[in-house]
Design a protein around this ligand. Structure first.
Ligand code: SF4
Length: 492
């Protein structure tokens, strides 16, 4: 007897569109999957945004999925279709695919389909997502008059109560997703046939990161060594054509194919060297003065703005670290701020910062678009303090400049100019390894945990300590790196 074909879901179908091997592994060898914390967070954010979007068309019937089989959900949906005007999470199955529709709205004798995405703009993959829903729903005999992609409106600024109608924008994508219908049946057939066979032989390629970072990369990329062609940074030679030519290690790249920063990166790696340009370093140092303040912000962001004056996904600073010196080689002073959980941290943070930084100070940051961006936003959100903030803004200088311009570059950085890579390359016994919080993403997670354990002083204290240690490390790292820049600038 022939085997029953695999039932696909919407998300499995989309996974298969990206890579058949990914779908096969997800179905048959899920232990190899490595779901990143950021992917988990974005799923949660998607659920939250989806729930809020239901208020665009309120009082609809919600088809639950917890403790309900596919058949039960489909049966509930069939009942709702007869009497409801709006249905959330309606369930359908057709042609071997099961889908849930975020919102269905009855208009006349047919239905409008709304797919909600927790992002600020549309992506091509969203159309495939809606197209497969349209295929399954219409195949089930339910007419769809229009299909919409509903996403966050990046122009929306919160002012008081959340205005759900203004927070979202819906784009009519009916024609685009109809144009995709013909190809869907054949693709479903290909995916089902593939799933019934052995693991497909598919090599790594640009599809591993497009449209999503594949969660089986740990398995498929395990033979790619450190210092491979994929560590090449900057513009120049394209990596996938090199890979197709059988070149994987950096040492195997013909130098004639490289120029500029890529050539410098490979030569430096091959010779295990450090590049020092004292003139470039001196030029950078001339831009600085004392008193010198080293500043770093930590921020979180939310799809749905939690406070007034914020847009979707706008960064919200909750912490800063500030080291300072009155003169070159002078005593190092450290100040810091970390907001209390579950409150709008911006104004208190801003007041504290303005108290600490004198208007004549040079303010050193690492990657100035980030700190400047936050300062400019604070100036907009708190216009009465804009003059003082703008004085700081005009005094900001970027320690990234000599590293990005490769006036100082070590092969150990592996082409990266992130402070996490630059620091251990030049400063002994100082790195982010061993810290409880190791990067900005983990700092966001820690702040969110702080909000969740606000009533537990012991847990709260531990997270506070970890966050202070991490952010303090960022500015102390800048102090030490500037010392390196100064020392190297004196080399003949
Ligand atoms: S890592 Fe790449 S090749 Fe492997 S399953 Fe994912 S997309 Fe396919």
């Amino acid at each position: 007897m022939a085997k029953k074909p695999f039932t696909l879901s919407k998300s499995r179908y989309i996974r298969g569109l990206q890579c058949h091997k990914s779908l096969w592994l997800y179905t048959h060898d899920r232990d190899l999957q490595e779901v990143s914390k950021s992917a988990t967070a974005s799923f949660q954010q998607g659920d939250e945004v989806g729930a809020i979007a239901r208020n665009i068309f309120p009082k609809g019937k919600f088809i639950a999925f917890d403790n309900m089989s596919f058949e039960e959900q489909i049966s509930e949906t069939q009942k709702a279709l007869k009497k409801e005007k709006v249905i959330y999470e309606a369930a359908f199955s057709y042609g071997g695919v099961f889908v849930k529709a975020d919102i269905l709205r009855k208009v006349g004798g047919s239905w409008e389909l709304y797919e909600v995405k927790a992002c600020n703009s549309r992506k091509d993959v969203h159309l495939d997502d809606i197209a497969i829903q349209h295929y399954v729903i219409t195949g089930s005999g339910v007419p769809i008059s229009k299909a919409f992609l509903t996403h966050l409106n990046k122009e929306y600024t919160r002012d008081g109560e959340l205005d759900v109608q203004a927070l979202f924008t819906s784009e009519d994508v009916t024609d685009e997703i109809k144009a995709k219908q013909e190809a869907i049946k054949a693709e479903i057939g290909r995916q089902q046939k593939m799933l019934a066979g052995k693991e497909p032989i598919i090599d790594i390629g640009p599809h591993c990161t497009n449209p999503y970072n594949c969660d089986f990369a740990g398995h498929c990329w395990k033979n790619v060594p450190d210092n491979s062609i994929f560590d090449l940074t900057g513009n120049g030679v394209k990596k996938w054509p090199l890979y197709k030519d059988g070149i994987l290690k950096m040492e195997d790249i013909p130098l004639g194919k490289l120029k500029g920063l890529q050539l410098q990166q490979v030569k430096t790696y091959l010779g295990k060297k450090t590049v020092v340009d004292p003139t470039g370093l001196k030029t950078f140092l001339k831009e600085l003065w004392y008193p010198l303040y080293y500043l770093d912000f930590e921020t979180f962001l939310a799809a749905v703005p939690p406070y007034d004056g914020l847009k979707p996904y706008q960064q919200i600073p909750f912490q800063y670290s500030l080291h300072s010196q009155k003169r070159a080689g002078g005593k190092l002073t450290h100040k810091e701020f970390l907001a209390n959980p579950n409150c709008d941290p911006r104004e208190e943070l801003l007041d504290s910062l303005l108290d600490e930084i004198p208007s004549n100070a040079c303010v050193l940051v690492y990657f100035q678009p980030f700190e400047l961006g936050r300062l400019k936003e604070l100036a907009q959100q708190f216009p009465k303090k804009a003059k003082q903030i703008n004085a700081i803004i005009s005094n900001v200088r970027d320690l990234l400049v000599p590293f990005k311009g490769r006036a100082l570059y070590s092969w150990k950085q592996q082409g990266s100019h992130s402070i996490k890579n630059v620091l251990p390359a030049f400063v002994k016994n100082m790195s982010y390894e061993g810290l409880e919080i190791g990067d900005g993403g983990e700092a966001i997670e820690a702040y969110q945990k702080m909000c969740a354990v606000a009533d537990d002083p012991k847990a709260l204290g531990k997270i506070r300590q970890d966050l202070l240690e991490y952010c303090g490390q960022d500015t102390l790292a800048m102090v030490r790196l500037l010392e390196v820049v100064e020392a190297k600038s004196k080399l003949k």
